[in-house]
Design a protein around this ligand. Structure first.
Ligand SMILES: [Zn+2]
Length: 416
């Protein structure tokens, strides 16, 4: 990554770093339309971008307010210099944000952020506004874990996802199951049998589409649960009569009675299941904490807690899951001395010193980098294929984790 400092790392920031930068940028408001956002996808000719920035800078001459004009031109000037430094666009493209962050009118403080995102920037975008344009980057940090949604009755069905707060439809299906007949006698029996067969086919179809929608997510461990709903008996049949793939069956969190079916009812399903969803998230978190506590109790060597031991195990690639309490405000600082020795410490932000003594040669060590513990551990976790879970303190297990220092790890194998 690089923000405010100029390193030439082309790999891009990880999700956690990006999240932090977004939090920072999100809070910034311009006094006027003076905050500049510029997105450049990979493959763009940087000299063309440089020309564009220069032309926007002269265009800004037309801004009436003197303060705004100067601020916009200075922001574009900063971006222009950064653009010139890049020979070519980084692997996933690059985004620049620049503008006045000072609250005092007439005493501007123009800052610039350069973001090399973890996923490709899709399209070129330029805007000058009272806030930064952040949506394209926000889309990259959405939690990719989902709840599966199935809404069905005998005439129609919809299959979708709940990701964060947004609902997406994957499939909609219509059945051919006819309504009940009023005719009597033998033909009525045949008709009833036919109806039953068609319902079976429809249920099978729903199960097949559910499998297409959810099974790979389940296997990647990204399916948090499945919620089933609808009017009538079809939802129960689907769940209880073994239509669903076993792995999906095990993920069913709750079934809910709804007034409607089909795509329009997905929203109703989510609102009715909200409590169950929250509970199931808490259950998941509790299970993770309990797994850690069990390891600790059994003294099997597959648990660590406290920032230093966790980081050490993480660096070795020995960690399966890192647990960090959402209330933890701890920072990771790295230092380097003139002899090239390095040292890392975890501290609360105000406690972090610019210089410390080198334990090896006792010379001064200079502060190199400070990052939030979630960023610092998140970056290593991503490289090591380790899961990182942020644990809420809204439940007993979460508070226990916080009381134990707020950071813990479940290990793949013992290291001590
Ligand atoms: Zn030293």
């Amino acid at each position: 990554m690089s923000n405010q400092n100029n390193d030439s790392d082309n790999l891009g920031m990880d999700k956690y770093e990006l999240k932090r930068v977004l939090n920072e940028l999100e809070d910034i408001r311009g006094r006027n339309t003076e905050l500049v956002s510029l997105y450049i996808p990979a493959g763009y000719d940087m000299s063309k971008i440089s020309e564009f920035v220069t032309s926007e800078q002269s265009e800004a001459e037309n801004i009436k307010s003197k303060h705004t004009r100067t601020n916009v031109q200075d922001a574009l000037g900063k971006i222009g210099r950064k653009v010139k430094e890049e020979q070519q666009t980084p692997e996933n493209g690059v985004a620049f944000f620049s503008g006045n962050v000072s609250d005092t009118e007439g005493r501007p403080d123009i800052k610039i952020w350069e973001v090399h995102p973890p996923q490709p920037i899709e399209s070129r975008h330029y805007r000058c506004d009272k806030e930064f344009v952040l949506q394209p980057l926000k889309d990259m940090v959405v939690d990719d874990r989902v709840y599966g949604l199935i809404v069905a009755d005998k005439s129609e069905a919809a299959i979708g996802y709940l990701q964060g707060n947004s609902i997406k439809t994957a499939y909609t299906l219509d059945s051919n199951v006819p309504g009940k007949t009023k005719a009597g006698g033998q033909s009525a029996q045949r008709f009833a049998r036919l109806r039953k067969e068609m319902l079976k086919t429809f249920l099978q179809e729903i199960a097949d589409k559910s499998k297409s929608a959810f099974l790979s997510k389940a296997r990647e461990d990204k399916l948090l649960g499945i919620i089933v709903g609808g009017p009538g008996f079809v939802k129960e049949k689907l769940v209880e009569d073994g239509y669903l793939h076993q792995q999906l069956q095990d993920k069913v969190v709750v079934t809910k009675s709804l007034g409607h079916s089909g795509e329009g009812a997905l929203k109703e399903l989510v609102s009715k299941a909200e409590e169950s969803i929250q509970d199931s998230q808490a259950v998941r978190e509790k299970n993770i904490v309990n797994k850690f506590l069990e390891n600790l109790k059994e003294e099997n060597g597959k648990s660590e807690y406290g920032p230093e031991p966790v980081k050490e195990a993480l660096d070795m690639g020995a960690v399966d899951t890192v647990l960090i309490s959402e209330d933890l405000e701890l920072f990771h600082a790295t230092y380097k001395c003139d002899n090239g020795n390095r040292r890392e410490i975890f501290e609360e932000k105000p406690e972090i010193e610019e210089e410390v003594n080198c334990p090896q040669c006792s010379k001064n060590m200079q502060l190199e980098e400070i990052s939030h513990i979630v960023d610092a551990l998140g970056e290593v976790a991503e490289n090591m294929g380790t899961d990182l879970e942020i644990i809420s303190t809204s439940h007993e297990e979460g508070r226990r984790l916080m009381n134990m220092g707020g950071v813990a790890a479940i290990l793949r194998y013992r290291i001590r």
